[in-house]
Design a binder for this molecule. Structure first.
Ligand code: C2O
Ligand code: CU
Length: 506
């Protein structure tokens, strides 16, 4: 057997093996950008917005001329967007008509533990046999502690949404199987707004675009290609991609469409970008036809508005990170194009989407110099504890996996116990690229590589991209709710291969 680190050493540091689609790919910037539909509540009485989502198989014409079978929320990929107001509770009733159990997590939500989508709190499909839940793949812990397993046929998730307005996303979180479930389509957006943000005058309405970027690969018949989960099949000739390193596809989708194009006014647009990829990192730049880089004015991070805008030319994005960015298309001639490119890609994976500047237009939007003044200002001296966590490859069961502090995920083990209300500093260190995500809380980046944080670390985060060999310090207050939460790597394959730990708040 090859050790995980040896296998990784043979690959470029931030990439897994790339899957190559076996179907003809469309030329770039031809398919119109789809905007996910906004889900209508089934009821708004009693001060609660109530939604119903059926998880079911569906298919879509993602690539021209072929149909792609998907696992979906409500029949679409991405799933429908939920629009909420800060502090107004939402209940989402999920019904599982897929062939497998699922768990739903609202990423970035300040959610009570029983609605947080713990990986063994399953929504079962009709007729699912209990014993088939124990056929975990190579992650070596298929036999769960049955006491940790909660199972239902439908499930109501309740979200107080008493938190800063921002772009969240919901996605599958079933233990050992999160990565393939997201790859097959189980992801959607959830936006929280409030009056303070609405009054800022930021670009809005059709000048606010959600952009969920995700790579995929396609088999000749249009179905999604994904390496076998069975470790004995992974090395089979013809099976490409690495479940261990993280799976990368050669097709870049935005809101489910390959390399789309969107017609815009010569005006400011607010782009709410999510990296919904399993393992692919991007370095985004907006490039004009004559090769100039446009400013990407960052106004918000994972957990809402920054204190003040930060201007980037290149914006690195790890899986699960969100950046709220304004681009001013009045800076290019009408009739020209602005391409959103990925500096970390090569060939087609270096292209993301394009904007065609169609017409001049009035623009009364603005980017205020002060965006928010409610960001937490925790200082090192506020912390009652400093903890260290390593994110590294290592042995897991009889094979190889990804470990936090030397251990693979075990739902029956308590890893970290924190007192409600405590401020803590966590020092994180990585061997290869690991985007580290904490449930329940937002955090601030105190340092990176022993130096001050980078410009894109600004604001309140819930996911931090640790680069190969890098360490970082984050600070947060664990408030909100007591209960069992998680922290993990958001390379979805790493997460399935053990890189997750329990965070108990007492
Ligand atoms: Cu995006 Cu634990 O989740
Ligand atoms: Cu990782």
């Amino acid at each position: 057997g090859l050790s995980a680190s040896a296998a990784l050493a043979r690959r470029p540091s931030i990439t897994g093996a790339e899957l190559r689609s076996a179907v003809p790919l469309p030329p770039p910037f031809q398919v119109p950008l789809p905007l996910p539909s906004v889900l209508k509540p089934v009821s708004t009485s009693g001060g609660v917005d109530r939604y119903e989502i059926t998880q079911r198989e569906a298919s879509a014409e993602i690539l021209p001329g072929v149909r792609t079978p998907l696992w979906t929320y409500e029949g679409t990929f991405p799933g429908p967007t939920i629009e909420s107001r800060r502090g107004r509770p939402v209940t989402v009733s999920h019904r599982n008509e897929l062939p497998v159990p699922t768990a739903v997590h609202l990423h970035g939500g300040r959610t009570p533990a029983d609605s947080d989508g713990y990986p063994t709190d399953l929504v079962l499909p009709e007729g699912w046999q209990e014993h088939s839940m124990h056929m975990g793949h190579g992650s070596g812990h298929g036999m769960h502690d049955p006491r940790a397993v909660v199972t239902e046929l439908t499930r109501d998730y309740t979200f107080p949404l008493d938190q800063r307005p921002t772009l969240l996303w919901y996605h599958d979180h079933r233990m050992d199987f999160t990565a393939p479930a997201i790859w097959r389509g189980l992801a959607g957006l959830h936006v929280i707004r409030d009056d303070a943000e609405d009054s800022l005058g930021l670009p809005a309405g059709r000048r606010e675009l959600p952009l969920a970027i995700a790579d995929r690969a396609f088999a000749a018949d249009g179905s999604l290609d994904y390496p076998a989960l069975d470790p004995t099949l992974r090395e089979r000739p013809g099976v490409r991609g690495s479940y261990l390193a993280g799976v990368l596809g050669d097709v870049i989708l935005v809101n489910g469409a390959p390399w789309p194009v969107h017609e815009v006014d010569a005006a400011r647009y607010r782009l709410r970008i999510l990296n919904a990829s399993n393992a692919r990192h991007y370095e985004l730049e907006a490039v004009t036809d004559d090769g100039r880089q446009l400013d990407l004015v960052q106004i918000g991070a994972d957990q809402g508005l920054l204190a003040a805008p930060v201007t980037h030319r290149l914006l690195p994005m790890a899986p699960a990170e969100r950046y709220d960015v304004v681009i001013d298309f009045s800076r290019v001639p009408v009739g020209s194009r602005v391409r959103l490119l990925n500096r970390l890609g090569a060939g087609r994976t270096g292209e993301v989407m394009a904007f065609r500047v169609a017409r001049t237009a009035a623009d009364d939007s603005r980017i205020p110099r002060t965006l928010s003044n409610d960001l937490p200002t925790w200082r090192r001296a506020d912390a009652v504890r400093v903890r260290d966590f390593s994110f590294r490859a290592g042995r897991m069961g009889g094979g190889h996996g990804w470990l936090i502090g030397g251990l693979p995920f075990d739902p029956a083990r308590s890893d970290v116990t924190v007192r409600l209300g405590d401020v803590e500093v966590w020092r994180l260190v990585a061997d290869v690229h690991h985007p580290v995500h904490l449930h329940l809380v937002g955090f601030r980046v105190l340092s990176r590589g022993g130096r001050p944080p980078l410009p894109h670390d600004a604001g309140l985060k819930d996911t931090i991209s640790l680069r190969p060999g890098e360490s970082a310090e984050i600070i947060t207050r664990f408030d909100g709710y007591r209960g069992r939460y998680l922290f993990h790597c958001h390379n979805a394959e790493h997460e399935d291969m053990g890189m997750m730990a329990n965070l108990e708040i007492v």
